[in-house]
Design a protein around this ligand. Structure first.
Ligand code: ADP
Ligand code: MG
Length: 468
């Protein structure tokens, strides 16, 4: 008994060291945590005793993530935490409680009965949420208002409206931001809600690691993912090809779904278009609500720029420069943000607003040159048809011979590159095809670009013709 107590004390000292050295906890948090006592490490759980009279919810809310991180650092494998109120165990004296602010002491009137006080149990997962991504700083416009409304409804509704919520769109259009905003809003509105954000890559890695470790690591992994109230999984298309992971995720999904937990997913395309994804998963992904994020329109780009300038206290840029950025950087919010950061840096160095000519040169890689000159899908179709010696009607027609299908795919690819049109809009402009066909065309061309150098020449020739 004495030996075990010593081992727990030594482990707790190591955890405290890790917290001081690597943790993000401030001095006050460290003081407070040092007043807790490790009762036992079961191999999967740390049983921690807290001073009598302390509100467990307060403890969980403020400190469990710090403790989990520090413990994982020392023990190399994650532990869930189980909190026990002092006096509930028949252990030796607990240390004197650390000073606590009035807010975290249980009011006299809500003193729980001794029985209720005996073991207060909680298994809490680290949420991985980024506090910077909120609804407050998410600009809403025509390209995302539907997705925003669906996310808001999910957060505000007491009942499960749709499950899962599936958000898709190209890179840099705000999927990750929206997922975090949902998680942050839920955590701030509902007490004790357990939210977990992971990328599908993190899920895959954690699963592989759990299998590699053997023992009860897989059980711990499963418990972690099935315990949460809300699971946010980003970029599910990257789970493709990893068959075993898909199988595991299928079971995780079902377990959560059946117990009424909320699932939110993001991907770069609609669920049924994800390549190498198990059909059962695609069906599950599509059974709730699917919303698309498209490239922002001009007004929205202006609103995003204004919002970011306000946040970064940037006041050196002229209205002309802001409009120039909004007109020319159209593909994604990420590119727009990148352009604003670069422009702001240049402005700060020279303490003046850069000229348009200077920006044209320095932002060339981010600029969507064609869209600022008003190139349309029809222009692209014409140029591609002329390059291949076929008719525009062929491009928009039904024939699927290689001589027609290849130029058609090139034209779709270029339309996506050089206009701000959504997959649907492009499909519609190519003889009423669906967005899946456009997506397939883009991927086919991207793949061919690796193996066929002459394709790059063709794309450059057509792009140059368009620029004239
Ligand atoms: P995705 O996950 O779709 O690739 P992100 O969510 O990472 O895109 O967004 C890229 C950047 O653009 C982030 O910094 C994000 O905060 C910002 N962003 C995207 N959409 C919006 C929006 N509607 N309002 C404000 N910022 C946005
Ligand atoms: Mg993302």
């Amino acid at each position: 008994m004495e030996k075990e107590k010593k081992a727990s004390e030594a482990l707790w000292a190591q955890i405290m060291d890790a917290l001081r050295t690597y943790g993000q906890a401030d001095g006050y948090a460290i003081d407070f945590i040092s007043g807790l006592r490790l009762v036992e490490d079961t191999g999967t759980r740390l049983i921690i005793e807290y001073p009598e009279g302390l509100m467990l919810a307060w403890l969980e809310l403020n400190y469990s993530e710090y403790i989990e991180n520090a413990a994982a650092h020392v023990l190399k494998t994650p532990r869930t935490l189980e909190f026990v109120e002092a006096g509930a165990t028949k252990q030796q004296e607990s240390p004197a409680p650390a000073p606590c602010p009035a807010a975290m002491v249980k009011p006299e009137t809500v003193q729980a009965s001794p029985r209720r006080n005996r073991i207060s149990r909680c298994i809490r997962v680290q949420s991985n949420l980024n506090a910077d991504y909120t609804f407050d700083n998410y600009v809403v416009g025509s390209s995302n208002h539907f997705a925003y409304a669906a996310a808001q409804a999910l957060v505000n509704s007491e009942v499960r409206l749709y499950n899962p919520l599936f958000v898709y769109g190209n890179s840099g259009l705000g999927k990750t931001h929206l997922l975090h905003a949902i998680g942050n809003a839920l955590r701030s509105r509902r007490d004790n809600v357990q939210v977990l954000y992971v990328t599908s890559e993190q899920f895959t890695n954690a699963y592989i690691e759990a299998i590699r470790k053997r023992g009860d690591a897989l059980e711990v992994f499963r418990r972690k993912y099935r315990k949460v109230d809300v699971l946010l999984i980003d970029d599910v298309q990257f789970m493709a090809r990893a068959d075993k992971t898909q199988e595991e995720f299928f079971h995780t999904f079902n377990a959560l779904f059946e117990s009424g937990k909320q699932i939110v997913l993001s991907a770069d395309c609609p669920a049924n278009q994800i390549t190498n994804m198990d059909d059962r998963l695609k069906t599950r992904f599509s059974q709730g609500m699917t919303v698309e994020l498209t490239a922002p329109c001009y007004e929205m780009r202006m609103a995003i720029l204004r919002q970011k300038m306000l946040k970064w206290k940037q006041n050196l840029l002229s209205e002309e420069v802001i409009q120039f950025l909004a007109r020319n950087i159209t593909q994604s919010v990420r590119a727009l943000e990148g352009a604003l950061i670069r422009t702001s840096t240049i402005a700060s160095f020279s303490n003046s607003c850069p000229s348009i000519a200077f920006l044209r040169e320095n932002l060339a890689d981010l600029m969507n040159k064609r869209s600022s000159t008003g190139i349309s899908i029809a222009d692209i179709q014409k140029s591609v048809a002329s390059e291949f010696g076929i008719r525009v009607d062929d491009i928009n027609g039904r024939r699927r011979t290689a001589a027609i299908a290849h130029p058609r795919q090139i034209a779709m690819y270029l339309a996506r590159q050089h206009t701000a049109c959504s997959l649907q809009d492009i499909g519609a402009a190519f003889g009423g095809r669906d967005h899946g066909t456009v997506l397939h065309a883009m991927r086919t061309i991207e793949e061919k670009l690796h193996s066929d150098p002459s394709l790059r020449d063709i794309l450059e020739r057509v792009s140059e013709a368009l620029a004239c």
